[in-house]
Design a protein around this ligand. Structure first.
Ligand code: ADP
Length: 478
């Protein structure tokens, strides 16, 4: 497994980020090496540090300040992240940062190459590593290499706003399998390749582009819903959960948990809650919104602004509606242990998950899984989260429509028990069917079969070519 950041090794440490949770759970089952950045800034980048924990070997490297600034803070998070989330207004492009992005990918590929065994299958994750396979191929690596994009893939017109778009797409075609969270992300990618005339699909469904043949597919990432349900129940009596329950005095609770990121639609969410309070005065004093949002990427400038904005909005709305014994919005800036979060989800009557754009959004799935089936909460979910495709029982909203969100909140808070139960059942079934193992197994099985098919084709071509030249029959066709 290769990803930008290798998750902290200590168990039980809070770790925010769908990728980290998905990859670690999956890797523990099969065993293997997880290669990537250690999270440390170093004077000089050296060889990977290897640490074994159970059947997982962590191979981590440090990044120099320059590498970090150009590759991570720059091109990955100030160009690709905003554009892939349809915020090209927040995106900037700097040639040197892009050069740094390519340089770091090349240097990481060279370091991984030293650890590779001939029968290794390599699975690369996310937008930091779009050109990673291309760099490995340049070094002569022929192992099967798959790529999964955890974030959305934009429509071609948006992709074209990233100046080196064509180089990036060509690099992505060096993988054997390219996976996306949703059908529409997959469609955006293939639209780009087909519309620019750089590739076409063959009859067997493989994409032929930039001199290679690859499989492109949608592999929606899942969770382990039953394990989450169990943890949520077990942690329901922990102190922080009890304290929150006691402090509610029977009030209803709307719960939101996100990394602090402009793609998560936090300001719009607060404003829709404000509209709900305006439209439904009967709910004053009877419901609170708890928003947990620990800051991330605090050294990227746009992230500093969003924090100030959000604090401003929470303060303004609280100032407008609060009573001596009631605060409408509780805004908490910190991480929590994962199991505790699940118990907090279980305690709340509404899960309020309204990103403006999100690859999948695991929080939406975790919220559903955490509920007590006898008295489940309702989920208000953005249509622009990949999870909306798979959670048929959610109240799906457009996060740009504050009135619709406000109405959905009211409906969720007043939803009769029978309807909540029916919707919960409707959502648990697909969560179980498409759990995290299914995501991993279907991706790896496609990667293995594409790799086998490709090597069989290559061998056949070689054999036929050899046969033809040995027989010295210039007219023989391979
Ligand atoms: P993203 O990958 O963009 O952060 P996801 O919703 O897909 O968004 O994944 C976020 C993951 O991080 C979820 O598993 C969630 O439980 C976890 N998480 C989010 N916020 C916190 C927090 N404050 N403390 C601990 N874990 C968090």
């Amino acid at each position: 497994m290769v990803s930008n950041r290798v998750a902290p090794i200590q168990e039980g440490k809070p770790s925010a980020g769908g990728l980290a949770i998905g990859v670690l759970d999956a890797l523990k089952e099969t065993g293997g090496v997880w290669f990537g950045w250690s999270g440390e800034i170093v004077g000089e980048a050296g060889a990977p540090v290897l640490e074994k924990a159970g059947n997982v070997t962590y191979a981590t490297v440090g990044l120099t300040r320059r590498d970090y600034d150009q590759y991570y803070r720059g091109f990955s998070n100030a160009t690709l992240w905003p554009t892939f989330h349809y915020r090209n207004d927040l995106s900037r492009f700097d040639r040197e940062e892009y050069a740094g992005y390519m340089r770091v990918n090349a240097s990481l590929a060279a370091k991984l190459k030293l650890l590779l065994k001939p029968d290794d299958i390599i699975w690369v994750h996310d937008y930091h590593m779009l050109p990673f396979a291309q760099e490995l191929r340049k070094l002569g690596v022929e192992n099967p290499i798959g790529f999964f994009l955890h974030i959305p893939f934009p429509v071609p017109e948006m992709m074209r706003t990233v100046p080196p778009h064509e180089e990036l797409i060509a690099a992505m075609c060096q993988y054997d399998v390219v996976g996306f969270q949703t059908q529409s992300d997959q469609q955006s990618f293939t639209d780009y390749v087909e519309r620019t005339g750089r590739g076409h699909f063959s009859d067997d469904g493989m994409l032929q582009a930039f001199g290679r043949m690859l499989k492109v597919g949608a592999y929606p990432i899942g969770i382990y819903p039953d394990a989450i349900a169990k943890a949520a129940e077990q942690f329901s009596n922990r102190k922080p959960v009890r304290s929150l329950r006691d402090s509610m005095h029977g009030r209803k609770l709307i719960m939101s948990v996100d990394r602090l990121d402009y793609s998560k639609g936090l300001v719009e969410r607060f404003q829709a809650f404000e509209r709900f309070l305006l439209n439904a005065p009967g709910w004053h004093g009877r419901v609170s919104l708890v928003q947990i949002a620990p800051p991330t990427r605090a050294d990227v400038q746009t992230y500093q602004r969003i924090r100030q904005n959000l604090e401003g909005e929470a303060g303004r709305i609280n100032g407008r509606f609060a009573q001596l014994d009631w605060t409408p919005i509780q805004y908490l800036n910190r991480k929590y242990e994962r199991n505790l979060l699940m118990a907090l989800f279980r305690l709340s009557q509404v899960g309020y998950v309204t990103p403006l754009r999100d690859g999948m959004n695991l929080v939406a799935k975790e919220y559903v899984a955490s509920q007590d089936p006898a008295d489940p909460g309702a989920l208000v979910l953005s249509q622009f989260a990949g999870a909306a495709d798979q959670l048929p029982g959610a109240l799906v909203v457009n996060p740009f429509d504050l009135s619709q969100m406000s109405e959905a909140l009211e409906r969720a808070l007043s939803m009769p028990l029978a309807e909540r139960q029916a919707r919960h059942t409707d959502m648990m079934a697909p969560l179980r069917e498409n759990n995290l193992s299914v995501w991993r197994d279907s991706f790896l099985s496609d990667l293995r079969s594409v790799a086998t098919a490709t090597s069989v084709t290559e061998k056949t071509v070689k054999t036929v070519k050899q046969g033809a030249s040995e027989a010295r029959r210039p007219s023989a066709k391979a």
